[in-house]
Design a protein around this ligand. Structure first.
Ligand SMILES: Cc1ncc(COP(=O)(O)O)c(C=O)c1O
Length: 380
């Protein structure tokens, strides 16, 4: 039986060379040679004022919450259809996530649900660019301006995806990227914060360095460093940075391959576009995305789970995605909802992600054979 994993982390071939070099440079703690190169790569290639790598996207989100002074009682509007870290980063600073619904077509924040969710305690809107597809940033920025709110982009899955001519993560006040092993560009666990609002740069630098002014010390601007503000340890070591740089330098190639795999899936599923039991993404979603994910949406959780278990029996690993935050144990305890969340529930129950990893083209005919058989035997 074939064994086709859901994910297989890719190696460019330069990771180990870089790691050896990092060791030879005699610095394995953070903010050394490779961290600087990663930060510079992000600033130059994404066109943002300040980029700093972190040990995860979760860390970048937590830094964002510190940077905008999230305090107990603040409210932060976000989709319920997201990963726990989007909410947790604000909850650990005492804020309340206010969950709203997503659009059925692009699975990003429904902008019509934002204004009704705003109160005098609202401090920020967190947008999630699901599957590397941009939320409706123009409308979101207009609302944020009208009510004087910060905008944070959770661009965990969205490296090098664009909204119009801007890269995702560079449009709001702050943007957060993930380099977790399941993402397009990986280093095991890793992330980055993009600081697009110049007023927040100093705050982010200090918070990332345990609340100290160490970066001023390293730059020779002060003769000793000390505790100056709230912070924690959010920087990765040089081994991670060395690995990551190799990946960043191949990011365009990785993305173009992943996009081509998504296109293969989309072409395969064209003959199933009128199925009653599931729907395929619009062509525009597949074209615009950075190839991170290819998904189907079943109209019922039982059918979705049947699809996953039938694939499993054939050695093809497919997987569901987020469990809604608004109805989770912690979501009910720490958050609240605004408006209905029918789309969130529908997507959460129906969505299944298919494997996308570098080299999957070699298995694609096998995958298509398995999918054909499963669909023919089980679905309308
Ligand atoms: C939307 C979103 N935000 C944040 C994260 C957390 O990323 P990390 O694992 O790098 O902390 C994820 C992880 O998958 C995610 O999907």
């Amino acid at each position: 039986m074939p064994s086709i994993p859901f994910n297989r982390p890719y190696l460019t071939g330069n990771e180990i060379k870089n790691i050896t070099d990092a060791h030879e440079r005699n610095q394995l703690s953070g903010d050394g040679h490779y961290t600087k190169l990663c930060n510079e790569w992000l600033e130059k290639n994404l066109n943002t004022k300040k980029a700093l790598i972190t040990h995860s996207c979760t860390a970048a989100l937590e830094l964002s919450a510190i940077a905008i002074d999230i305090s107990p009682g603040d409210e932060v509007i976000m989709p319920s259809y997201t990963f726990v870290s989007t909410a947790n980063a604000f909850v650990i600073r005492g804020a309340k996530p206010v969950f709203i619904d997503v659009n059925l077509d692009d699975l990003t924040l429904d902008v019509n649900k934002i204004e009704p969710a705003i109160t005098n305690k609202t401090k920020a809107i967190v947008v999630v660019h699901y599957a590397g597809i941009s939320a409706k940033m123009k409308e979101i920025l207009e609302i944020a301006k009208k009510y004087n709110l910060f905008v944070i982009e959770d661009a965990a899955q969205a490296i090098l995806s664009k909204y119009k001519s801007d890269y995702l993560g560079t449009i709001g006040d702050l943007g957060c990227l993930s380099f977790h092993e399941t993402k397009n560009v990986v280093c095991g666990e890793g992330g980055a914060i993009l600081v697009n609002n110049e007023n927040l740069i100093e705050k982010v630098i200090i918070a990332r360095e345990k609340g100290t002014n160490r970066s001023n010390f390293l730059a020779g601007k002060v003769d000793k460093y000390t505790w100056v503000d709230v912070g924690s340890s959010y920087l990765p070591g040089e081994i991670i940075a060395a690995f990551l740089l190799a990946q960043l330098e191949s990011a365009e190639t990785i993305i173009s391959k992943r996009k081509s795999y998504n296109k293969l899936y989309q072409d395969f599923f064209l003959e199933y576009r009128d199925m009653k039991d599931f729907s395929i993404p619009n062509d525009s979603i597949v074209t615009k995305s950075n190839g991170h994910t290819y998904y189907l949406i079943f109209n019922d959780i039982k059918k979705r789970n049947l699809f996953i278990s039938e694939c499993d029996k054939e050695g093809l690993k497919c997987t569901f995605h987020y469990v809604p935050l608004h109805s989770s144990t912690a979501g009910e305890k720490y958050g609240s909802t605004s408006g209905t969340l029918h789309n969130t529930d529908y997507i959460s129950n129906g969505l299944v992600r298919l494997p996308v990893w570098i080299g999957i083209d070699r298995e694609i005919e096998l995958i298509f054979g398995i999918l054909k058989k499963i669909i023919k035997n089980n679905f309308n």
